[in-house]
Ligand binder design. Structure first.
Ligand code: RET
Length: 255
C-alpha cells in the first residue's frame, strides 16, 4: 500500500517535471519565483515539524535505547537546516555559463543525511560493519560526484553523473536484494520495518538522478519545478521514512 503510494508519488513528480520540460526550457535561467520561495518554506515546515516530533519521541525513550531515534532526528534536523538556509535565500550559486540558480546547500545536506539513512537501514537489516562502511562510502562519493557535476558546463558534467550512478548501483542492489538476506535473520517486527524502508528508499532515491538530469544537468526544467520535485522527494525520503522508523518502537528497541 505504502509502496504503491510512493511509486505513484514519484511517477507523478517525474511526469510533471518531464511533461512541462519543453515549455520550461526558456525559464531555465529564471530565478526562483515567489511561489518557488514559498515552496522552500513549505519544505522547511515539512521537515521541521516531523523533526520536533522525532525529538520528543527520542526523549521519551530510555537512555541507551535511543540510537535509531537519534539518527532519525538527525536526518530531518539537518534537512530542516538546509531548507532554512535555502528559504532565506542562501546556499545558492548562480552558474556563470547559463545563469541558473544552483542550490548547492542540498548537497551538503545529502552528504550527511543519506549516509545516516543508510545507517538506519543497515542497522535494521543487521548488516555487517564492512557492508555498512562500504555503502556509506559509495553513498558519499555518489553525492559529491553529483555536486561537482552540477557546477560544470557541457558534456563533462555527465561524466560526474555517470560516476555517481556507478556509486549508486551497489546501494540499489543492497536495498533491493543484498540486505534482505541479513534482514531475514531478524525478528518479524524488525523485518517489517526493513521491508517498508528499503523499497521506499530504493524507489524515492532512484528519482533523484532523473531530476538531476532535467534540472542541474540539462536545465530542461525551471528552478521552480526543480524545487517542487526535490521538495516532494525529500519529504518522502526523509519525513515518511522517519515516521516509519520512529513508530516501530518495538523493533527500534531490538536492533
Ligand atoms: C545525484 C547525481 C549523480 C548520480 C546520482 C545522484 C543521486 C542522488 C541521491 C540523492 C538522495 C537524496 C536524498 C535526500 C533526502 O532528502 C547526486 C543526484 C545517483 C540518491 C534521499
Amino acid at each position: 500500500m505504502l509502496r504503491t503510494a510512493v511509486i505513484f508519488a514519484v511517477l507523478a513528480v517525474v511526469a510533471a517535471t518531464g511533461g512541462k520540460a519543453a515549455a520550461a526550457a526558456d525559464d531555465a535561467s529564471a530565478p526562483l519565483s515567489d511561489m518557488g520561495k514559498k515552496l522552500l518554506w513549505v519544505a522547511f515546515l515539512g521537515l521541521a515539524v516531523p523533526t520536533a516530533y522525532f525529538w520528543q519521541q527520542t526523549m521519551a525513550q530510555e537512555d541507551g535505547k535511543r540510537k535509531y531515534h537519534i539518527i532519525t532526528f538527525g536526518i530531518t534536523a539537518i534537512a530542516s537546516l538546509a531548507y532554512l538556509t535555502m528559504a532565506t535565500g542562501h546556499g545558492v550559486y548562480i552558474r556563470p555559463f547559463d545563469g541558473r540558480e544552483f542550490f548547492y546547500a542540498r548537497y551538503i545536506d545529502w552528504a550527511f543525511t543519506t549516509p545516516l539513512q543508510l545507517l538506519d537501514i543497515c542497522g535494521f537489516a543487521g548488516a555487517s560493519n564492512d557492508q555498512t562502511i562500504w555503502l556509506l562510502g559509495v553513498d558519499f562519493l555518489m553525492i559529491i560526484a553529483g555536486l561537482i557535476g552540477a557546477f560544470l558546463e557541457g558534456q563533462e558534467k555527465y561524466y560526474f553523473w555517470l560516476f555517481g550512478m556507478c556509486m549508486f548501483m551497489p546501494i540499489l542492489s543492497a536495498l533491493l536484494g543484498g540486505l534482505k538476506a541479513s534482514a531475514a535473520a531478524k525478528s518479524e517486527a524488525v523485518q517489517g520495518v526493513f521491508n517498508k524502508i528499503a523499497p521506499l528508499t530504493a524507489v524515492s532515491w532512484a528519482a533523484y538522478p532523473v531530476v538531476w538530469l532535467a534540472a542541474e544537468g540539462s536545465g530542461k526544467i525551471s528552478a521552480d519545478q526543480e524545487a517542487m520535485a526535490y521538495t516532494i522527494l525529500d519529504i518522502i525520503a526523509k519525513s515518511v521514512f522517519g515516521f516509519i522508523i520512529v513508530s516501530a518502537r518495538d523493533a527500534c528497541n531490538e536492533v
